[in-house]
Design a binder for this molecule. Structure first.
Ligand SMILES: [Zn+2]
Ligand SMILES: [Zn+2]
Length: 376
């Protein structure tokens, strides 16, 4: 029988404990929609930022979590195929990208779903308004009609499939937007969180001549090393951005890097990233620096003919390539090194705090783990 309510960890107040509650599920599924039993959710830095209230316009209550995988438990009409035409039935394991409208300038003229004017980001869905739950910190979740979905191959673990949903697809799109990696080039990765670590692996797999990863703390830099960083620069030990620029200069015989990816999103990252670029270098901006961002020296951008390139999340194409990338390099990179031990929804609150304090690299939630315990 189709579930009518779900147990979920609900954000009711910023910076406050998540509440375990019963939340309604849609009674009827419109064409193209589905209901999914969440088998794994991985947390992203953005979940921690949302919990902290850095996007204060976000409406509460809200079910967080936008990296998840699950098994279909109910299907609306015309929902029996994935984006590649493969069959979806009850029990099929799927991942999906944010819903898009299909009718706007971004969707139709530009044909770039990430630029959809009405993209279904999870933080836009209040838990007290239909369809209530599209987030992953929930036993069941609603899969909107405009969300392109993919059947997950059997050999991909739940945790990897979940992480493909934001972290991995975002990194792969950024490399695509950068126009690829030349084999002799120096690639600088700013940030050693999940994006920076996956970015390090992608740069290495793409054949970069030298990979320099900047971030912290030490446990994250150790994973960056294992993922192929030739050099890591600790922001704890080298805390002055100009000193870090000097290190990159020294490593590149004063020529600077060909590619600098901002996966850090700190206020100084873009100024620093541009200064690390060599002549005709590219700075790819993925992080969100916020209102305190330091000015980017445009005279340097001009004088070195630097390209500054934005990259926003990823679409179903990037998601599909993420699943294939994780599988193709499963023996080269220990993906599980990024992930924490799965906890249930009752542990989601702790997990999100651990993401906020950066104790966890990537916290993992399996909603089935403690359902009986927390619902009593
Ligand atoms: Zn994310
Ligand atoms: Zn659109």
């Amino acid at each position: 029988m189709r579930p009518r309510v779900t147990t979920a960890a609900v954000l009711r107040e910023f910076n406050a404990p998540l509440e375990i509650e019963q939340v309604a599920l849609p009674a009827d599924l419109p064409p193209g929609a589905a209901l999914v039993r969440v088998t794994r959710t991985t947390l992203c830095g953005t979940d921690a930022h949302l919990w902290q209230g850095v996007l204060p316009f976000v409406g509460l209550p809200l079910v967080l979590g936008h990296e998840m995988v699950g098994e279909v438990v109910a299907l609306g009409q015309s929902a029996e195929r994935d984006a590649l035409g493969r069959p979806i039935g009850i029990g099929t394991r799927v991942v999906w990208s944010e819903s898009v409208c299909g009718n706007c300038y971004g969707c139709t003229v530009l044909r770039e779903p990430v630029l959809c004017a009405d993209r279904g980001y999870g933080f836009r869905q209040r838990a007290d308004k239909w369809p209530f739950v599209i987030g992953g910190l929930s036993q069941y979740t609603y899969l909107p009609p405009g969300a392109h979905r993919l059947v997950v191959p059997d050999d991909i673990p739940d945790t990897w499939a979940a992480a493909a949903g934001c972290a991995v697809k975002t990194v792969l799109r950024a490399f695509t937007n950068a126009g690829g990696v030349r084999p002799e080039s120096t690639v600088v990765i700013q940030g050693a969180g999940p994006l920076g670590l996956v970015g390090t692996a992608v740069a290495r797999a793409a054949g970069a001549g030298r990979v320099i990863t900047i971030g912290g703390p030490a446990n994250r830099l150790a994973i960056a090393k294992a993922y192929g960083a030739d050099v890591t620069i600790s922001i704890e030990e080298t805390s002055d951005p100009d000193e870090r620029v000097a290190v990159v200069e020294e490593l590149t015989e004063a020529r600077g890097a060909e590619l600098v990816f901002d996966f850090a999103g700190s206020p100084s990252a873009n100024r620093e990233g541009v200064l690390m670029c060599g002549q005709r270098g590219k700075h790819v901006v993925v992080g969100l620096a916020g209102p305190q961002a330091m000015p980017v020296p445009m005279d340097v951008v001009m004088g070195r003919e630097i390209q500054v390139i934005g990259s926003l999340n990823g679409d179903v194409s990037d998601l599909d390539r993420s699943l294939r990338f994780l599988t193709a390099f499963r023996h080269r990179f220990d993906w599980d090194a990024m992930f924490g031990t799965p906890v249930g929804l009752g542990g989601a609150d702790r997990a999100i705090r651990d993401m906020a304090s950066q104790v966890a690299v990537k916290a993992v939630i399996d909603p089935a783990l403690d359902l009986e315990e927390i619902t009593g």
